[in-house]
Design a protein. Structure first.
Length: 82
């Protein structure tokens, strides 16, 4: 029979196809993982100059993206008024 990884990949691929998604492969995942570390180093460097930044990761349908961005900005502004 199939290994656990092959079974999971098959199920994820089926879900992606059914919902208009695609599988980008391990190279894209590795690049994203590596970028996470690069962002952390840049953040730490910027903090030496009193610059604060953050990245946010989420899953959201494209149709809701603007709504999520606006809501996120609103909360950030409210939390840091003073």
């Amino acid at each position: 029979c199939c290994s656990e990884v092959k079974l999971q990949r098959k199920n994820v691929q089926k879900l992606a196809v059914n919902h208009g998604g695609l599988l980008a492969g391990p190279k894209v995942g590795k690049a994203g993982y590596d970028l996470t570390f690069a962002i952390a180093y840049l953040r730490d460097f910027a903090m030496n100059y009193a610059i604060l930044g953050e990245s946010f990761e989420t899953f959201v349908p494209w149709s809701k993206l603007t709504q999520v961005v606006m809501a996120t900005k609103k909360i950030i502004y409210e939390e840091h008024k003073n």
